[in-house]
Design a protein around this ligand. Structure first.
Ligand code: 5RP
Length: 219
């Protein structure tokens, strides 16, 4: 296992303490979330099930025998655990490197507590070095791209990628995100944008960072 993977796993392990008996747990997507799913499998008898933020996570949960439930059937969730591509000390995030940002944002919004797990290299002073994923309706691809240029970013269509919702991803490079809450609102208002990968209006509640010295918890 690489160092980065070891730190991701340590963060995932620390998140287990937020899981309480009989909970339905919201589960994110990506390599850090995968560690969490694998660790959760050891206590699957104690939880009622999980709501997944992607088909790939749902498949992994089912593979461990963890019941995958429909968000519409279970209502507000007590807990959502997911990774991030970037995080600030204000617990604002960039997500969507795995392309699951829309369902991730829905599950985060529907959860009382959002515990973000990551290796400590994801902690940044300002969001935006990681290209910002924006999920777009296919016919709006060029229009949204032009609007992103006006905001100062360079959009690139993620090649050969279709989201679980049948849409496209624009990865926007070099965007200066000085005010994540405002930038999230502004991009959300562009016609054709399904979801922008800034998670600031609903930030994480807890950020668990794994690193060479162990885990650090920010809240
Ligand atoms: C997927 C995501 C992931 O949380 C993000 O890309 C981090 O991935 P990883 O845990 O593999 O570093 O937002 O859409």
């Amino acid at each position: 296992m690489s160092d980065s993977d070891t730190y991701k796993k340590a963060a995932a392990e620390a998140a287990l303490e937020y899981v309480k008996d009989d909970m339905v747990v919201g589960i994110g997507t990506g390599s850090t979330a995968n560690h969490f799913i694998d660790l959760l499998a050891a206590m699957k008898g104690r939880i009622e099930g999980a709501v997944a933020s992607s088909e790939v996570s749902a498949e992994r949960l089912r593979g461990h025998g963890i019941p995958v439930l429909d968000l519409n059937a279970v209502g507000p969730l007590p807990l959502y655990v997911d990774g991030a591509d970037e995080a600030t000390e204000h617990l604002h995030l960039i997500k969507g490197g795995g392309g699951a940002l829309t369902r991730e944002k829905i599950v985060a919004a529907a959860s009382e507590q959002f515990v973000c797990i990551a290796d400590e290299t994801k902690l940044v002073g300002q969001l935006g070095a990681f290209p910002l994923p924006v999920e777009v309706i296919p016919m709006a691809r060029s229009h949204v791209g032009r609007q992103m240029l006006k905001l100062g970013g360079q959009p690139e269509l993620r090649p050969g990628f279709t989201t679980d919702n049948g849409n496209l991803i624009l990865d926007v490079f070099n965007l200066e995100i000085l005010n994540p809450v405002e930038m999230e609102k502004q991009i959300n208002q562009i016609a054709g944008v399904v979801t922008v990968g800034i998670f600031a209006q609903r930030p994480a509640d807890v950020l668990i960072l794994g690193g060479p010295k162990g885990v650090r918890v920010l809240s």
